[in-house]
Design a protein around this ligand. Structure first.
Ligand code: XMP
Length: 549
């Protein structure tokens, strides 16, 4: 891809992907590479700028991740963040040591608005309100120009006690004499805090100042041009060949299907396996978009494998075994369909950039994690090559591309849905009857939560603070006594769950308003046969998981 780019060199920091995403929000293409990447490889990529991430180590300790000094002599602008900032100072002759005070959290920072990094950042403050630090006289001089105030996110044990030759201090906090240092002539910048984290109020502006200002990037990375060039590249690569795609109806595979459809039309066959564990109406929705009455001219095969799955799952209660059966059955069904189609030239996969990065430390490893919902598929399909047109995109970019391609909002903004589907939201044995219960309860729950959130947004212009990132109903395996009219009932309990999370690794129960939950409860009990109790799951993750099995 002939695209101006910025390289993020990853030192193992938890925010490595966030840095790259923020850069891309400045319409600048950005890739992450491990600190082990050879400098010749970096040079060959001809980056417009380089960003060094944070990391968990101390740069003055032996065997800590480092980088050759040559990196700072290429004439390419470099921005170090946290560990990256300390490393820059360490390598270039400054001093880094354990900080007398550990800074953590939102912190007032005073910046020099004449620095190219801080152009337009902060509000001017009275000099008397700015903390004076007990530091070397030359630093005190520098601190006099740090007269704009903003708020940053700090998280560090070590600090820069002395800047490298040629650098001056352009930001400080009450406890940190070097919150930012720069060597303007050489375009080297070292920021101790984390501009990539939203808690740094004007962090996006600072990164924008670096990539668009200092590095001079024009900002050509846009989803409309991505779609256009991806279509062009797919056509070049595929020629007259045939492409096969396992379409799950999730965001990634749907966007991929739409992209391939635009690029190669009928040369594409999408196989959509309805395993009977999808949400209510989902199978028909996917068929509505990609099937013969949809807006794409492709070969679409829907396999109605519900009965097959239910038969395989009959009597199985152990969660891992259920997952395994669902996964294996998917491969069997797909394999049969692929055989009918015969040899294809390409198998398309919906791998996206986080999958690539997570397969090794910052792109360090060449092994690509198989897309977890279609794991193992390549072994069973007769094809010549895999294509992964979305492998450079972050999830939010995949969504934007989906909108560009004309996919409906409800597909593009779908919440995550696990590959094994409702199979892991039904505790114990899966039966057609239980699937019906959980589908109907989940549909009501989503309808009510979506409705309440939309009403809030209409009134306040923003999502409510309780807006969950994932929410669904599950069917417990518990039956209990209740009354309905004059009748005694002995029915199932449905659990509803809603979590707020950033990365799905940790999560908290969302505070859905009680009246919404009450409506959900009464509608589920009245409208879904076989349910007489509704529980709200308050468990956070950890110790709970988001799914139930
Ligand atoms: P847990 O339950 O592990 O879920 O807290 C974290 C996130 O991952 C999703 N999830 C899956 N996604 N295949 C998937 O594609 C799976 O087997 C699977 N299991 C969990 C879950 O929905 C949540 O978003």
């Amino acid at each position: 891809m002939d695209q101006e780019k910025v390289i993020v060199i990853d030192f193992g920091g938890q925010y490595n992907q966030l840095v790259a995403r923020r850069v891309r929000e400045c319409n600048v293409y950005c890739e992450i590479y491990s600190y082990r990447t050879d400098i010749e490889q970096i040079k060959a990529m001809n980056p417009k700028g380089i960003i060094l991430t944070g990391g968990p180590n101390s740069c003055y300790e032996e065997n800590s991740p480092t980088y050759t000094k040559e990196l700072f002599e290429l004439g390419i602008p470099v921005l170090g963040l946290c560990y990256g900032a300390q490393l820059m100072m360490h390598v270039l002759g400054g001093k880094v040591e354990k900080a007398p005070v550990r800074e953590y959290g939102k912190t007032d920072v005073y910046v020099n608005a004449d620095s190219p990094l801080f152009e337009g950042v902060g509000t001017s403050v009275d000099r008397n309100d700015i903390p004076v630090l007990d530091v070397a006289p030359e630093m005190k001089e520098d601190h006099k120009s740090d007269d704009h105030h903003t708020v940053c996110w700090m998280s560090h044990f070590d600090y820069i006690s002395k800047v490298a030759p040629g650098f001056s201090v352009v930001a400080h906090t009450a406890d940190c004499p070097v919150a930012t240092a720069q060597n303007r002539e050489k375009n080297l910048y070292a920021i101790q805090f984390h501009p990539e984290v939203l808690h740094t109020q004007e962090g996006s502006r600072m990164l924008h100042n670096f990539v668009r200002g200092v590095c001079g990037c024009a900002g050509t990375w846009r989803m409309d041009s991505f779609v256009e060039s991806a279509i062009h590249e797919i056509r070049e690569k595929v020629g007259n060949g045939k492409v096969l795609l396992a379409l799950s109806g999730g965001v990634d595979s749907s966007v991929l299907a739409a992209l391939l459809a635009k690029a190669i039309g009928k040369q594409l066959t999408c196989v959509f396996v309805d395993h009977g564990l999808l949400r209510k109406n989902e199978g028909d929705e996917v068929e509505g978009v990609f099937g013969k009455n949809g807006s794409f001219d492709i070969n679409f095969v829907r396999v109605n494998a519900q009965e097959r799955y239910y038969a395989k799952l009959a009597g199985v209660t152990e969660p891992e075994q259920k997952r395994k059966i669902i996964g294996e059955e998917f491969i069997r069904v797909f394999e049969e369909e692929a055989k009918k189609i015969g040899t294809v030239d390409f198998l398309a996969q919906g791998t996206i950039y986080p999958d690539v990065v997570e397969s090794g430390l910052g792109g360090e490893s060449a092994v690509i994690k198989s897309h977890h919902n279609v794991g193992g598929l390549p072994d069973y399909v007769d094809f010549k090559e895999i294509i992964e047109p979305l492998r450079n995109l972050f999830k939010d970019e995949v969504r934007k591309a989906g909108l560009e391609l004309g996919l409906p909002d409800y597909l593009v903004y779908r919440q995550p849905f696990p590959g094994p589907g409702l199979g892991i939201r039904i505790i114990g044995e899966v039966t057609a009857e239980k699937v019906r219960i959980v589908q109907d309860a989940d549909f009501i729950y989503r309808e009510e939560v979506e409705g309440a959130a939309a009403a809030y947004k209409e009134e306040h212009g923003e999502d409510p603070s309780w807006m969950p990132n994932q929410y669904f109903a599950a069917l417990t395996n518990m039956r209990s006594v209740g009354v309905m009219g004059d009748e005694r009932t002995y029915d199932y309990a449905v659990a509803v769950r809603a979590v707020r999370t950033v990365d799905f690794m940790t999560a908290e129960a969302a505070e859905i308003p009680f009246e919404v939950l009450q409506t959900v409860m009464s509608r589920i009990i009245n409208e879904v046969r076989g349910v007489n109790r509704v529980f709200y799951d308050l468990t956070s993750k950890p110790p709970g998981t988001i799914e139930f099995e």
